[in-house]
Write a protein that binds this ligand. Structure first.
Ligand SMILES: [Zn+2]
Length: 305
C-alpha cells in the first residue's frame, strides 16, 4: 500500500509529495522526505495514515535536492536508515556546502522554504548502487541511477509495480502538462534522455512523481517529457544564440511557460502549484549552464579524460 503524502510546501497543496509504503511485515518505508520546513506537515500526514513517523525505519531518497531530502536528517535522528546515491552521501554527512549554495540563491528566505539541515551519521547512510536490490519488510526496492536532472539521481522501483521517479520523470500536477525541472548545477540532456529510455524499459508502469503523485500512462507521460525537454532546451539555446542576457531570458521564459500552462487549461491555482514545484527562472539558469558546458566541451583541445 502506497500513501501519497501532501507536504503543503510553502502553503501550497499538491506541489511536493513524500510516499509512505506499508510493507507486508508491518514495517514502513518512506520515499522522499520533503524539506525540513514541512517536517511537521509530514508528521501529521503520516499520523493520518494511522502510523507514527518515529516508526519509519527506512527512508529512500531519489536525490539530495532540498525539496526531496531536506528532512532526512530528522528521520535519521529517530533511528531510520537513509538510502541514497553514493555521490549524494557526502552532502548528507556534511550538508554545509549544500546549504551554503542554497543560501546564495535564496538568501534570507531559507527558513521559510527549506528549514535546516544537520549532519547524518555515516553509519545510518546506505549507498545505493545502480541496479542494487534492497529487500525491506518483505518487498524488493531496486535502485536505478538515472542522471540528467541531477547527477546523483536514483529512481526507486518497488517490486515490478511502482516507480518513484523523483524529478527524472518530470513534474506533472493535476491536469497540467509535463515539465522537465532543469535547475543548476548538473542538468545533462544526453544523460536525461538515456535515463528516460531506462525508465521505459523497466517493468513498472505506475509512476509516482514527487511533484506530484501517481501517473498511470507511463509511455505517454515519458513521450511528453522527452518532447518538452527538447522544447525548453531549444528555447533557451535560441535566446542564447540571439545574445539575450539572462535577466531578459528569465522574464521571457516565465511568460512562455505561463502561456504553455494556460494553453493546457491551467488556472491561477495550478499555476501557483507549478511555480512552487518548479520555478521557471531556475530552468533558465540550469539550461544556460548546460549549454555553456556543452560549448566548452566542443572546443578544440578539450578532453573529457
Ligand atoms: Zn531535484
Amino acid at each position: 500500500m502506497i500513501h501519497t503524502l501532501d507536504l503543503g510546501f510553502i502553503g501550497i497543496p499538491g506541489s511536493v509529495a513524500a510516499f509512505l509504503v506499508e510493507l507486508p511485515d508491518g514495517q514502513l518505508a518512506l520515499v522522499e522526505t520533503g524539506p525540513h520546513s514541512t517536517f511537521e506537515r509530514l508528521n501529521t500526514a503520516v499520523a493520518a495514515t494511522g502510523h507514527a513517523l518515529t516508526d519509519i525505519q527506512h527512508v529512500l531518497i531519489t536525490h539530495i535536492h532540498l525539496d526531496h531530502a531536506g528532512a532526512a536528517w530528522a528521520l535519521a535522528q529517530h533511528g531510520a536508515k537513509i538510502y541514497v546515491h553514493p555521490a549524494g552521501l557526502k552532502h548528507l554527512t556534511s550538508p554545509e556546502r549544500l546549504m551554503a549554495s542554497a543560501q546564495r540563491i535564496y538568501g534570507n528566505d531559507m527558513d521559510r522554504l527549506w528549514g535546516q539541515m544537520h549532519p547524518i551519521a555515516e553509519g545510518q547512510l546506505v549507498p545505493a548502487l545502480h541496479e542494487q536490490i534492497f529487500r525491506i519488510g518483505g518487498r524488493a526496492f531496486a535502485a536505478f541511477h538515472t542522471p540528467g536532472h541531477a547527477s546523483h539521481h536514483v529512481a526507486w522501483m518497488l517490486g515490478e509495480d511502482a516507480l518513484f521517479t523523483g524529478d527524472v520523470a518530470g513534474v506533472r500536477i493535476g491536469s497540467g502538462p509535463v515539465q522537465p525541472p532543469c535547475p543548476p548545477p548538473d542538468i545533462d540532456l544526453r544523460e536525461w534522455r538515456r535515463s528516460i529510455k531506462l525508465l521505459r524499459k523497466l517493468p513498472a508502469e505506475r509512476l509516482f512523481l514527487t511533484h506530484f503523485g501517481e501517473v498511470a500512462d507511463k509511455g505517454k507521460h515519458l513521450d511528453e517529457l522527452a518532447a518538452m525537454l527538447i522544447d525548453w532546451s531549444e528555447w533557451v539555446a535560441l535566446e542564447m544564440r540571439d545574445g539575450q542576457i539572462i535577466e531578459d531570458m528569465v522574464i521571457g521564459f516565465q511568460r512562455y511557460v505561463e502561456a504553455q500552462l494556460r494553453a493546457a487549461g491551467a488556472g491561477t491555482a495550478l499555476l501557483a502549484q507549478y511555480d512552487a514545484a518548479n520555478p521557471a527562472y531556475m530552468n533558465v539558469t540550469g539550461l544556460v549552464r548546460y549549454w555553456n558546458k556543452e560549448q566548452e566541451r566542443q572546443m578544440p583541445g578539450h578532453s573529457d579524460v
